[in-house]
Design a binder for this molecule. Structure first.
Ligand code: FES
Length: 150
């Protein structure tokens, strides 16, 4: 039995320590907003915050968390930065199919925590998650809008 702090709550998961965090979130804790894309830490669909840092959960074994708190898309609007980003996403109709957008929002939240007013180069450097609909320009516009709203 492992303990994990997710979205401010201590949760228990009856899984092996090498189970990737993504599957603990989705299959054990029912937090299905975090998506599976590639499974090899390349696409970013599974991005969550671990101690505030954008982290690809599909390749992070539960044991490697070492007690660090996890934030998922389900709690993103409890964070003022996350709430501003969600508002910008809605205002600008950023998502198309939407599949990757929870990971995009988590990565954008981590970016604005680290760099409150990012320039285009900083946005490009931080936002490496893939989007098969090609919403990259809309995502960048959403980040700029949320930064301006601070
Ligand atoms: S599913 Fe984790 S990076 Fe693609």
């Amino acid at each position: 039995m492992a303990e994990i702090t997710v979205n401010g709550e201590t949760r228990r998961a009856d899984v092996e320590g090498d189970t990737p965090l993504l599957w603990v979130l989705r299959d054990t804790l029912g937090l299905v907003g975090t998506k599976y894309g590639c499974g090899v830490a390349q696409c970013g669909a599974c991005t969550v915050l671990v101690d505030g840092v954008a982290t690809r959960s599909c390749q992070l074994p539960l044991d490697a968390l070492a007690g660090r708190p996890v934030t998922t898309i389900e709690a993103i609007e409890a964070d003022p930065i996350g709430a501003r980003l969600v508002a910008a996403w809605v205002a600008l109709d950023v998502p198309q199919c939407g599949y990757c957008q929870s990971g995009q929002l988590m990565a954008a939240t981590a970016l604005l925590k680290e760099t409150p007013k990012p320039d285009d180069a900083a946005i490009a450097a931080a936002m490496t998650n893939l989007c098969r609909c090609g919403t990259y320009n809309a995502i960048a516009a959403g980040i700029r809008r949320a930064a301006e709203a601070a």
